[in-house]
Design a protein around this ligand. Sequence first.
Ligand code: SIN
Length: 475
Amino acid sequence: MVQQQRMSPVDGSTTWTGDYATQRDVTEAIERASRPMAAWQKLDASARTAVCLRFAERLRFHSSAIARTISLETGKPLWESDSEVQAAAAKVDHTIDAMRVRRSVWSDGAVGSESVIRYRPIGLMAVLGPFNLPLHLPGAHIVPALMMGNGVLFKPSEKAPGTGEWIQRAWEEAGLPRNVLQTLQGAAETALAIVGSSAIEGVCFTGSYRVGEAIHRQLAGRPACMLALEMGGNNPLIIHDVRDHQAALHVLIASCFITSGQRCTCARRLIVIDNDSNRRLIRLFADSIQRIRVGMPFDTPAPFMGPLISIEAAKEILDTESHMEEKGAIPLVRCQRLDRTRGLLTPAIWEQNGVPLDDSELFGPLVTVEYVDGFEDAILSANQTRYGLSAGLLSDSRDVFETFVNEVRAGILNWNCPTTGATGRLPFGGIGASGNHRSSGYFAIDYCSDPIASVQSSVLQMPKSVYPGTEAAFN
Ligand code: SIN
């Protein structure tokens, strides 16, 4: 078998070498999971929670090394990888809280026949991770899945296998029983083998619509398999009317260009109500982004944006620019490729200029601007997408926000705050082509278990009356 390698988008060094899991490896992993998973399910929830807390402690202990691996594999600035490690560790506390609030055993306390809700794990779940937050986003499924007593087969992104190994290692150091979580490295073929196995009872995926839809098709005819899809977006940010242009600039930069625009929550379309103040704000934005530091993750001083995940990804952004220009869009600031051997791109803004653009999930530092006459037009335009992950509003008016929150179709609707940087204290998920009604984040705990309803009585006794027509049966 040919050994696989992951080359760093930062310096071309080999960050990982190994084999991709085959169909046979997947089958063996499923066999290995069966017994330890049954024992893990039987453990008291507090014992499982203790392992999860130790996992968070191990992440914090190894934080510098893990952050370095993330940066080397993804190109993200080190400060950003550091904050990803902290978010991944904090996920454990959020999940404990979510379990208490949403998944505690509940009883109506009635004497006689009592109504009780308990929760049972799904079984063996597959978690397929993305490259952009390769620690935190898989963790958003793995932590609740394990806490609820499931077993997990985890396939990290093939672009971040080393981060995947860190996840496995931190769980092992935390004392998770062997084979309750197994990491299987690989690309599409491995994912197909995992999802295709009838032993898999739940699939959690974070990534593009194209892949999410393919998984959905693969699972057609298996309604018993739970599927949670977190897919991309073509996210709008409406600029209504704001006095503080510096604060607006901060929201715009964080929304459009964090992680070099490679977050599914990034704003892709600025929809701007046409007036002098907003035109000034866009000019300020266009001017300021040319001074954003773009560089390598370990540079000092630290860059805000690192290289894209691959040279191909950078090429795709440059091709999109050419395509937009052919259609008649106008560059306010073009992407510049800073290094031919790396995907290092500067941020770009294009004015749409009345040109209809593709409704696609772009993953790079490119945002479009469209001027509209009023707020109603802004809402119409915001909703002109089949996606619905995040949307933002910059406005000094609460009334305008109320309309925005009622009328814009997205799972995340932020006001004067970035569209990115989802908080673990809230659900995370989109509507339309961005998801399948399985919100993750704080609500991920829900799809990691089934509620079991019981009507129960410790004493078997005759009811006061019996069904009409059955009286004679009791004489
Ligand atoms: C993502 O899922 O790509 C990003 C989540 C976020 O930070 O908003």
